[in-house]
Design a protein around this ligand. Structure first.
Ligand SMILES: Cc1cc2nc3c(=O)[nH]c(=O)nc-3n(C[C@H](O)[C@H](O)[C@H](O)COP(=O)(O)O)c2cc1C
Length: 179
């Protein structure tokens, strides 16, 4: 073992699966933000936690709302996810600018994204400030899966240079030595 810069060690966590954090403002206007810093945090009840930087529009929405949805995008949504990661809901309506479609959730105000591999409806239960991000924790109150898509997408080290081409399925990662 050798000691290295944090950047070198954290680079080895890639590939990381991508979620979209779906939120809505008080008028119901939805927004979606790709996130890879996301995890299950409890099994009973099922809880999930996502870390959101304080300058994201999503941070403002999650601070004000009682709920959020976490969605695994499918492999055909790479371009849309890339757009959502390069733009802020402060300035654009991401659902107008992409072909992503919302559908109403069963238990929360934030919507689901149609054809997500899986969606988790979460009621916000806690938020913890941690450095320059806030960890939002939610209890999962309803879950959904796509009847058409099962392959999730992962972010690779090259996303910033390659845009959507830096997002890969497991099969694509196995086909390429360099991710
Ligand atoms: C693959 C990927 C993973 C990301 N993960 C996170 C994350 O975990 N937390 C975060 O705050 N931002 C993350 N981002 C950055 C936000 O998605 C990006 O800043 C977005 O434009 C914010 O949108 P908003 O201002 O509409 O909330 C990620 C972006 C990409 C493309």
């Amino acid at each position: 073992m050798k000691q290295v810069e944090p950047r070198t060690a954290t680079g080895r966590k890639h590939p990381s699966r991508i979620f979209q954090v779906v939120t809505a403002d008080k008028d119901g206007r939805p927004n979606a933000m790709p996130a890879s810093w996301c995890t299950f945090s409890s099994a009973e009840p099922i809880m999930m936690a996502v870390s959101v930087a304080s300058d994201r529009y999503t941070h403002k929405l999650m601070g004000a709302a009682d709920d959020f949805v976490l969605s695994f995008p499918n492999k055909e949504q790479k371009e849309a996810v890339s757009y959502c990661g390069r733009n802020s809901g402060k300035n654009v309506d991401k659902f107008e600018e992409t072909d992503l479609e919302t559908i109403p959730a069963d238990e929360v105000n934030s919507p689901l994204i149609e054809d997500s591999v899986a969606c988790f409806e979460c009621k916000k239960s806690d938020s913890i400030e941690t450095g320059d991000h806030t960890l939002f924790v939610g209890e999962v109150v309803a879950t959904h899966v796509s009847e058409r898509f099962t392959e999730k997408i992962y972010t690779t080290k090259g996303w910033h240079e390659k845009g959507a081409k830096g997002f890969k399925t497991i099969a694509e990662i196995n086909d390429h030595e360099e991710v």
